[in-house]
Structures are given as C-alpha cells and as structure tokens.
Ligand binder design. Structure first.
Ligand code: ZN
Length: 128
C-alpha cells in the first residue's frame, strides 16, 4: 500500500515521460515527434509547478490524474493497493472513510475482527 499525491506525480512526470518515450538511445515518435521537446519542458518545470502547468505542456491530464477506483473522482491524494496480479486499487480518503465506517459498523467491527458482544449486552439490558 502506498500513498500517492498529485505533488508526487508532478515531481516525477519528467522522469516518467523519459522512461515511457526514450528507448535504445532515441525518442519514440509521439505527438508529432515532440516527445523530446516535451521532456525538456517537463524537466525544467519549477518545484512549485502545478497540475495545470503539466497539462499545458502535454495537452492532457493523464500524467497527473489520480482517479479513485470506487467513486471515479480525480483526487489530490489516494491510497494505492497493489494486488499480486499487478492490478491496483486506488481509493480516495472519502471512500476509505466510508469503507472503514461500514467495517466498524458491522457485527465484526471491533479491532480484532471478532464478533462484538453487543448481542449479549442487549440481552442483559432486556433482563433489567
Ligand atoms: Zn473515492
């Protein structure tokens, strides 16, 4: 499980672009052969660069989008769970809170995952 943020993606976008489009000593032709020019622009982005700055260079927001698997919103931060079969699950804070609430609200909601004794307590309360 890792936490990823837009700030992380923006900071890594030049390196990611290079890894994607530079192979065997040459740039792969993408976007009208602009892959090297785009890399140079990404590489010179200031540390304070924002998502819009990256989008303006690449012409899409695919490199900075963090899309929650559950609610499909583009969020600023999310937790990424990587499955053994290379599938990933990206969840935003709101969906994680909802999931946690549902877990804790179930009859197995105590931290050990064992059934709570709330039924016993209710029976005791009825005898009073
Ligand atoms: Zn979500």
């Amino acid at each position: 499980m890792t936490v990823t943020t837009k700030r992380d993606l923006i900071a890594q976008v030049a390196a990611q672009w290079h890894a994607q489009y530079y192979r065997n000593g040459e740039w792969k032709p993408v976007l009208d052969d602009a892959s090297e020019r785009i890399y140079e622009q990404l590489r010179h982005l200031p540390e304070s660069a924002r998502e819009a700055d990256v989008t303006a260079i690449i012409s899409n927001d695919a490199w900075t989008t963090i899309r929650c698997t559950e609610c499909d919103r583009n969020v600023g931060v999310a937790v990424v769970f990587a499955g053994g079969d290379k599938t990933t699950l990206t969840l935003c804070a709101q969906c994680l809170r909802t999931a946690l609430f549902r877990l804790e609200d179930s009859e197995y909601g105590d931290p050990t995952g064992h059934p709570t004794n709330s039924m016993t307590e209710r029976k005791d309360a009825q005898h009073d």
